[in-house]
Design a protein. Structure first.
Length: 500
């Protein structure tokens, strides 16, 4: 994980001369407080009672997020100490996650871009790869929401300009991975790479960095697998290009692609096709599992249970991407393990990125399996027992997933999980998915809508996007004003820096 935010006393001990907390510059103190409030607000965000329409009004989350914004306002116009840059960057990324959670994607991309500008100055700082991997994983949710279409993204370049490339040190030696994939994996280059300005694309920069922490590499591998799976799903469902003209031109310049090669490929799809032995979905998931196994062997026995969400995510993705036909007993048991893990720890649904969508699609796969078991009949005791266990797991996970789904804005909701018909007769479906609302993401549609015509899928999409028209309290209005003021100051400062 990320390094802990220092206390004022710990921060004072970073300097040679003796300092007392009351002697610290006000803007450094404000930066530390902004990071602490943001970290506390992240915990409030996963409160099981959170609801996207009611959580802001008079809640602890609102108070903590507003306090973080006010502290950032107090330090944004000053040059904070370099050792605090990572703490401030994580504070900005929290506000990006916060906005994404409430489907305010415009501000998600703005705060994300500000975070990248800070990361571009943090080469060699411990924890920067961890934060970069978290950004990559959260970006994979945005990639799904927009179905990999850069042309549909909000245009924020006029407000928060793109991160400028750093000045390379002459004679710097490239690593083998950098030569192989044609990219520079230092944080400054990843943050300033033009294909990464709205979401991380192409080769997974943290995964291929062998010096990065194992769990960070795992998270980046999962993010790349999700992007690749969406590219494949979109290619199957439509012949339209899956990347904007800007993205195709960048890819072509970086790898000297011809128009014929690059016209219908995203940067991720292109690099996966050219390095299938390392970057295909199956190989990415295998690498993630190997990294987790090695990390668990090197860690104390208590730690694997703390980070169990990583392994559960890898297993769930492997189930979703590996089920091509009829599920065998081993795959069915893995689905049970995933959904039972979610029931035991519902907080895992708040891990960020597309975690909820991944687990939700495991429940959809289980629904298909239940229908198949029922259609085949109960020829022996084992088949009947397996059906009953599957139905119990489905019912339990459905309650958890539907409760979580009801708290989300419409655009962030995955498929509805329908109630089973336990009185279904021979020839009838136990779980009828013909009328459930579908997730807008095309790779999620593959899990539920196999064989359904595109026009029918379009009719069933959950497109009633909530416009946040509920009545706002005075505290919410105040928070929005403070948030807007911070972004306005950031826009002005960054624009001035770009002109110098």
């Amino acid at each position: 994980g990320l390094p802990p935010i220092p206390t004022d006393e710990e921060y004072c001990r970073r300097f040679d001369k003796s300092l007392e907390p009351h002697q610290l510059p006000k803007f450094d103190v404000a930066a530390l407080q902004a990071a602490r409030f943001a970290e506390l607000a992240m915990g409030a965000l996963v409160d099981s009672n959170c609801n996207f329409q009611t959580t802001l009004s008079g809640s602890l989350l609102l108070a903590l997020a507003n306090a973080s914004v006010l502290c950032l306002c107090d330090c944004v116009e000053e040059r904070i100490h370099p050792s605090l840059m990572l703490d401030v960057a994580r504070a900005y990324f929290f506000h990006a996650i916060f906005r994404a959670q409430f489907d305010d994607m415009g501000r998600y991309f703005k705060y994300r871009r500000v975070c990248l500008r800070h990361l571009a100055e943090l080469d060699g700082v411990p924890g920067v790869e961890t934060l970069m991997a978290a950004i990559s994983f959260q970006d994979s949710l945005a990639y799904m929401i927009y179905n990999a279409s850069e042309d549909d993204l909000p245009n924020i370049d006029g407000e928060i300009p793109r991160v400028s490339p750093p000045h390379d040190v002459e004679g710097s030696k490239k690593r083998d991975a950098e030569k192989k994939y044609g990219i520079n994996i230092s944080p400054s280059h990843v943050a300033s790479n033009q294909i990464n300005q709205m979401w991380i694309q192409g080769a997974p920069p943290v995964l291929i960095n062998e010096a990065a922490p194992p769990k960070s590499r795992v998270l980046d591998a999962l993010a790349c697998a999700i992007r690749s799976a969406l590219d494949e799903a979109k290619s199957r469902q439509t012949k339209e290009p899956i990347q904007s003209s800007r993205g195709r031109i960048i890819s072509r310049k970086r790898k000297f692609l011809s128009d014929a090669e690059a016209k219908d490929k995203s940067a991720t799809e292109w690099v996966v096709e050219h390095h299938p032995d390392e970057l295909s979905c199956s190989n990415l998931l295998a690498e993630a599992s190997n990294l987790l196994k090695k990390d668990e062997e090197a860690s104390s026995p208590a730690l694997p249970s703390i980070f169990g969400g990583h392994r559960l995510l890898a297993m769930a993705l492997d189930v979703i991407l590996g089920l091509d036909g009829e599920a065998d007993n081993f795959q069915i048991q893995r689905i049970f393990n995933v959904l039972e893990g979610v029931m035991e720890r519902p907080i895992l649904l708040f891990q960020g990125g597309p975690t909820y969508h991944i687990f939700n699609n495991c429940a959809i796969f289980l629904a298909h399996i239940i229908n198949k078991l029922h259609a085949d009949g109960f020829n022996d005791v084992f088949a009947k027992a397996q059906f009953e266990v599957a139905l119990n797991v489905y019912n339990g996970s459905r309650i958890v997933l539907e409760k979580h789904r009801s708290k989300l804005p419409h655009r962030l909701r995955c498929h509805e999980i329908p109630r089973p018909n336990i009185a279904a007769k021979n020839g009838e479906l136990v779980i009828d998915m013909s009328n459930v609302s579908l997730c807008p993401s095309r790779n999620c549609q593959d899990c539920i809508a196999m064989g359904i015509p595109a026009k029918e899928v379009a009719k069933r999409l959950s497109i009633n996007i909530d416009k946040n028209n509920w009545q706002r309290s005075e505290s919410e209005k105040e928070f929005d004003l403070n948030d807007h003021a911070l972004l306005s100051v950031l826009c002005r400062i960054i624009s001035q820096e770009e002109t110098i």
